[in-house]
Design a protein around this ligand. Structure first.
Ligand code: B12
Length: 339
């Protein structure tokens, strides 16, 4: 039986992961290795594909947060088991891999770390949410050939910019990856990364054949955020507090909210502020429009009335009347919402 013909039995594996059945999930993955399936395929097409499915099940409210967390925990264990079964001598160079400050999606980066290791790189995996200054200290201590920076959500892009700038100032080129850098990695380039790759495999091919990068990115050192961005970031707590205070007046259903509902509403308002700030920082209104569209779908699947999101956006907008870019960005996103 060749590796190509082996059926990964994704539906069955998803059931195991959804049941939190760690042992059976590990046995499933290692049996695939035994059947000749390359570890890279197990990582991308079994673990990765399942995680993406988990994301959809969470977004459509078919799975709760606890089930998603448990499933992700199982995936982490499966990845560790696959890694333990596949030793590869480090014959290439040394890379540092880190998630941007405030970025808690550590698993995609860990998957990429294992793909790199399988390709012969020595990888220092620093994990989720690495503050910029600690990343730089690590670079000085280890002198890697490159930094691989992972960002899964666009709200972390201002921090990604600071990290990219600091790494390049330390003389270490940066390859960026993860869906947070936008379609075609367009934000990675804006933020001065030396390279970007859509997938782990693409990055590995690039690092093997075309590294260090021949072109040098423009000086990324300039702070992109303007006065509006700075105001939004500084006034975030008041923005959320004021919106929560006004909520019962403009949305009477909120008068009966219990503590958990109030907390999740405040959290949603925080996401509005953060995505708006990222859109302003990069001057890319689409970041906010995409977020609002995505949030509308998530709320609909949770039975939250359509009007609630519009009201949340209005409560934020009302406080930003003196900030034309913020207003335009919000209005654009609202206009794109289905009626
Ligand atoms: C598990 C999960 C979490 C876990 C993460 C735990 C962990 N240990 O990783 C937790 C619970 C922490 C989490 C939190 C949140 N999450 Co989440 N999460 C996910 C989920 C379901 C799976 C992530 C995953 O493991 N992906 C697996 C791999 C397969 O993804 P991949 O991108 O293909 O991986 C490859 C590439 O990314 C690449 N790669 C990765 N890093 C790098 C770096 C470089 C340099 C290169 C070249 C390549 C590269 O290599 C990987 C392997 O090939 C995703 C759904 C999804 N589609 O990814 C949502 C998802 C990413 N999360 C989402 C959201 C919204 C959030 C929260 C904001 C939720 C909330 N309300 O609080 C927070 C934000 C937390 C934060 N500040 O970081 C959204 C993002 C949507 C958006 N608008 O951007 C998603 C898409 C869910 C969804 N369907 O909507 N999440």
């Amino acid at each position: 039986m060749t590796a190509i013909t082996v059926d990964l039995a994704l539906d069955h594996y998803l059931e195991l992961v959804g049941d939190g059945d760690e042992q059976a999930a590990v046995a499933h993955a290692t049996a695939l290795l035994d059947a000749g399936v390359p570890a890279q395929r197990v990582i991308n097409d079994l673990i990765g594909a399942t995680q993406r499915r988990v994301g959809e099940l969470w977004a459509t409210n078919e799975w709760g947060v606890a089930r998603e967390h448990a499933a992700t925990g199982v995936s982490e264990r499966v990845l560790a088991a696959v890694a333990a079964r596949t030793t590869v001598p480090a014959t290439r160079g040394r890379l540092t891999l880190a998630c941007v400050d405030g970025e808690w999606h550590g698993l995609p980066a860990r998957m990429f770390a294992e793909l790199l290791r399988l390709d012969g790189w020595r990888v220092d995996f620093l994990g989720a949410s690495v503050p910029g200054r600690h990343l730089i200290t690590h670079l000085h201590q280890t002198g890697p050939d490159a930094v691989a920076l992972s960002c899964m959500i666009p709200t972390r892009l201002p921090r990604a910019h600071a990290a990219i700038t600091a790494c390049r100032a330390a003389g270490v080129p940066v390859i960026a990856g993860g869906r947070g850098f936008g379609p075609d990695g367009r934000y990675a380039q804006r933020l001065g990364a030396d390279a970007w790759a859509a997938t782990g495999e693409e990055a590995i091919a690039r690092l093997a054949t075309d590294w260090p990068p021949r072109w040098v990115a423009d000086d990324p050192g300039t702070f992109l955020g303007d006065e509006e961005y700075t105001h939004l970031v500084r006034s975030r707590p008041q923005l959320i507090g004021n919106a929560m205070d006004r909520l019962p007046e403009v949305y009477p259903a909120a008068r009966d909210y219990d503590q958990a509902q109030l907390e999740s509403t405040a959290e949603d308002l925080g996401h509005i502020a953060d995505f708006l700030a990222a859109a302003l920082y990069l001057d890319e209104p689409e970041i906010f429009t995409d977020f609002v569209g995505w949030t509308a779908d998530v709320l609909i699947s949770r039975g939250v009335p359509q009007g609630a999101l519009r009201i949340g956006l209005r409560l934020v907008r009302d406080q930003l009347v003196d900030f034309p870019a913020a207003i335009t960005t919000i209005d654009r996103a609202v206009a794109a919402l289905p009626r």
